[in-house]
Design a protein around this ligand. Structure first.
Ligand code: NAD
Length: 543
């Protein structure tokens, strides 16, 4: 029962800590890393408040040091998927009935736990389990997930505030109800923040969740679950299972109470899931909501008037931070010939100064790619490029998986602007450059728009305002997040709502009100205070 119209604390972006030498945060993080490396954890699934262990254990290792064991997680099967669905459905009634300010308080508390006592632990888990350097971890597993939680609570309140007009004698009200059934949250390896956001955003709106993370993110997913439990997420509201994707899908997508998919991952998997849902449509009690943010082939276009150093810096950061494993990573660049030598030399100077290695040594800017499968795929692209005519290896190209899955940042220059590394998502530290004649700028914009099926992020670099205006217009549908004189990565919650169109997803903008609206189904209530008691209307009288 609520006796007040409450106002949630206004959200502000969590400040990024520096981790400079001697800082308390660096000390705390180093201690957390040492502690976590010294132990092996036995990670359970969480179903309805129970910790579930199975005999089938899967080893977890740092991608940059794959012989070291961080721990094991228990792999589940179809039976666990069923249990998780039942737990979610069982928890639904009480959770949905809980006044919204209590749901808000739980997730605001989760944000504060991550900002405070869990910051070092969640960052350390992300650094060790997903091979992110300290800065990449801090902006993901501290700031972004904290922002998601705080801003989403604010947007939840905005949604509940949305009401309608009432004519005299009646009161119209809108209730933004959770969906009937359960939500399936399927999360990728590359962002701890996304792994945390996909189950919590619908849960906040009163839904209950079956959450299936990527196996390579389970080390930090387990810490997130500790936070959620400590924050007071009730048993059964978020159920975390480690079941192979297709096996989990077999159960979830055949369940009549399946109400929504909250997915982030690759385009191929998303398309498959959507098709499966479509085929099973007659089974479901409602039309499931489908939200999916997927792959990218993100571009940087430089105009002849661009600042070469700014272009080079954006490319180096945009293409190689977190080893290019961001859906927003710059992976194809169109550089005019008047700037190419300068841009190239700046990039090479930067790359020569970059250290590659484990995340425990804070001097390393480049770390390992996520696993052997990713390593082999990326190395395959590079090896093929070395052999192909018309491809120049400008920088890098070395790959070594003996200790960790290390791939040197690699720049390719191609003559064929349709060469496969200009078109396909590689999801690794590979940047492909096409050098064009400056007078063909407009044609290059068309090329940028048409070359890839994706439309996630992209940047234009220019000093000439006509060029900026032309690019903004011509590339209107080529990116859901468009940058002018900035790198195409690093979207901030509450500032640059994130998501792309075309093959890149449904563009429901994670961390924005648009996303939360997908997890509610509005009920309109009309109440008449003094109802009519005579069916006759005045027009029915004859004089
Ligand atoms: P992935 O598609 O391999 O896996 C994503 C999730 O789907 C994992 O949990 C995986 O286990 C699950 N999955 C795979 N097959 C399944 C199936 N048949 N049924 C049910 N679940 C299944 O992606 P990934 O390698 O973890 O992440 C990288 C991809 O994610 C890239 O394509 C990247 O562009 C994309 N991504 C997009 C965004 C965005 O906001 N657009 C953000 C991050 C990552």
């Amino acid at each position: 029962m609520s006796f007040g119209i409450f106002q949630v604390p206004p959200p502000a972006n969590e400040p990024v800590k520096s981790y400079a030498p001697g800082s308390p945060e660096k000390q705390a993080l180093k201690a957390a890393i040492a502690d976590m490396r010294s132990r092996t954890v036995d990670i359970p699934m969480y179903i309805g408040g129970e910790k579930i262990y199975t005999d089938k254990k899967h080893r977890l290792a740092p991608p940059h040091d794959h012989r070291h064991t961080l721990g094991y997680f228990s792999v589940g099967d179809k039976g666990h998927v069923e249990q998780a669905i039942n737990a979610a459905l069982g928890a639904k009634e009480m959770w949905a009935a809980m006044p919204w300010e209590h749901r808000a308080a739980i997730f605001l508390k989760a944000a504060d736990l991550i900002a405070g006592p869990y910051r070092a632990k969640l960052n350390a888990a992300t650094m060790l389990g997903q091979s992110k350097n300290v800065f990449q971890a801090e902006i993901d597993s501290a700031c972004e997930i904290i922002d998601f939680l705080r801003f989403n609570v604010h947007f939840m309140q905005e949604i509940y505030r949305q009401q309608v007009a009432s004519a005299p004698g009646i009161w119209n009200r809108l209730e933004h109800r959770p969906l009937e059934g359960f939500i399936f949250a399927v999360t990728p390896f590359n962002f701890t923040a996304i792994a945390g956001n996909l189950p919590t955003a619908p849960a906040m709106m009163g839904n209950t969740i079956v959450w299936k993370p990527a196996f390579t993110q389970i080390y930090s997913a387990n810490v997130l679950m500790e936070v959620f439990r400590e924050a007071g997420v009730p048993d059964g509201v978020i159920n975390l299972i480690y079941v192979d994707g297709p096996e989990a899908g077999e159960v979830v997508f055949k369940h009549p109470d399946f109400a929504g998919l909250h997915f982030t991952g690759s385009t191929g998997v998303f398309r498959h899931l959507w098709q499966t849902i479509g085929n099973n449509l007659p089974i479901y009690k409602s039309y499931p909501r489908i939200v999916g943010e997927t792959g990218g082939k993100d571009f940087v276009v430089a105009h002849k008037s661009a600042d070469a150093k700014a272009v080079a810096t954006a490319l180096v950061r945009g293409a190689f931070e977190y080893q290019g494993q961001k859906c927003s990573a710059a992976s194809r660049a169109y550089i005019p010939s008047n700037l190419w030598e300068e841009v190239k030399n700046y990039m090479i100077a930067d790359l020569e100064s970059m250290r590659m290695g484990g995340t425990e040594d804070f001097r390393n800017f480049i770390n390992a790619v996520i696993d052997e499968k990713a390593f082999d795929k990326i190395a395959g692209y590079i090896e093929q490029a070395k052999k192909d005519a018309g491809v120049e290896l400008v920088w890098g190209g070395n790959c070594d998986k003996s200790v960790g899955y290390f791939i040197q940042p690699t720049i390719l220059k191609v003559e064929d602007n349709q060469y496969r590394t200009m078109v396909e998502e590689i999801f690794g530290p590979v940047l492909t450059v096409y050098v064009y004649q400056p007078e063909l700028f407009e044609e290059v914009l068309e090329l940028t728009d048409q070359t890839s099926p994706y439309a996630l992020t992209g940047s234009i670099f220019a000093q000439d305002r006509y060029a900026i205006e032309l690019a903004s217009r011509k590339l209107q549908n080529a990116a859901g997040n468009f940058y002018i004189n900035d790198k195409p990565t690093g979207a901030v919650v509450g500032q640059q709502p994130f998501g792309g169109a075309r093959a890149s997803g449904t563009n429901d903008k994670a961390g924005a009100i648009y996303n939360l609206l997908r997890w509610v189904s509005t009920r309109t209530i009309k109440e008449t205070f003094v109802p009519p008691t005579d069916y006759r209307y005045p027009f029915m009288a004859e004089e």
